[in-house]
Design a binder for this molecule. Structure first.
Ligand code: MN
Ligand code: MN
Length: 305
């Protein structure tokens, strides 16, 4: 396959494709695996282990976001929560090989009332995938996604967006809003995007706010750290996760140490690492999500996931 490529070399493209294939398989297996009553931590660990078994690494902790939680919930260590009855559950997955990452999501409905909501997110994604190409205005894509969602009687979540992907960067600067908006920014050939419509009910606010809980973190900057354990911890984080998000569950080799909690707090207060709070729909209404990672070509895209 010969494609005109601005920014990607052959090796990077090969790794993106492999990470995408692994993630697509994982998504399929997760659709069958998740059941009502299952501990959420079991869901997270299953997804992360599948990605590793298949030869990639998780690009971020598996997100399991339930009902009005739109995104960014992952299990903290020793999470006791379970998948509740009658819920709508977004499973958001990332895999990378040498930092070349892909990002995908699925929505599971354990109540038939949510089926059309989830179907609409899938349809909006499908339409976006069919139309996106190099030279397209990002604003045009937003209009198309919003049109699919509103024509089916639902509402897009206006402040959650798709995003450009970069090496070791889940969000590499450019955003893809799921609504009509003003922007002169264009899609370019060779770029990799995650497209992810979020959909809610028409009587919802259609926006998310930050929730109280935050179980996902990311390395920001090497700072001068006093606590020796904190210093060691930061080195481990930087070496293993680079600038990709991680979960506290992934720091198991440190958590038994005396002073671990204090060390972790110092990393947060010194802003060596940052945290991602959960996103909650403002009016408390359920949210559905669909997501693929795509490679942009001159006249179309290739779905990597
Ligand atoms: Mn995602
Ligand atoms: Mn994404």
């Amino acid at each position: 396959m010969r494609e005109k490529m601005n920014v990607l070399d052959e090796d990077a493209l090969k790794k993106y494709k492999r990470a995408g294939k692994i993630l697509a398989e994982t998504r399929k297996e997760m659709r069958r695996f998740v059941k009502v009553g299952m501990p959420i931590i079991e869901v997270c660990e299953k997804a992360e282990n599948l990605i590793k078994e298949k030869g990639a690494k998780p690009a971020f902790p598996c997100n399991v976001s339930i009902n009005e939680i739109a995104a960014h919930y992952t299990s903290p260590p020793n999470d006791q929560k379970i998948i509740p009855e009658n819920s709508i559950v977004k499973i958001d997955l990332g895999a990378h090989i040498d930092g070349y990452l892909t990002d995908t999501a699925l929505t599971l409905c354990f109540n038939s009332e949510y089926r059309n909501l989830a179907k609409t997110a899938e349809e909006a994604l499908k339409k976006a995938v069919e139309t996106i190409h190099a030279g397209m205005y990002i604003s045009k894509l937003g209009t198309i996604i919003e049109e699919v969602i509103t024509s089916r009687g639902f509402k897009p979540v206006s402040n959650l967006t798709g995003h450009l992907i970069g090496r070791y960067q889940v969000h590499a600067g450019k955003s893809l809003p799921n609504i009509s908006h003003f922007s002169l920014s264009k899609i370019k050939a060779g770029e990799i995007y995650a497209i992810e419509p979020f959909v809610t009910f028409p009587n919802a606010a259609g926006k998310v706010r930050n929730g109280k809980e935050a179980n996902i973190f990311r390395f920001v900057k090497r700072k001068s750290i006093k606590h020796p354990l904190a210093k060691k911890l930061l080195g481990y984080i930087q070496q293993n996760f680079h600038t990709l998000p991680f979960a506290e569950r992934w720091l198991r080799k440190f958590t038994a140490n005396d002073g671990y909690k204090q060390a972790f707090r110092e990393l947060l207060s010194s802003r060596s690492i940052m945290q991602y709070p959960v996103f909650v729909e403002v009016s408390g209404k359920p949210v559905a999500q669909a997501e693929h990672t795509v490679l942009i070509l001159e006249d179309r895209c290739v779905v990597l996931t």
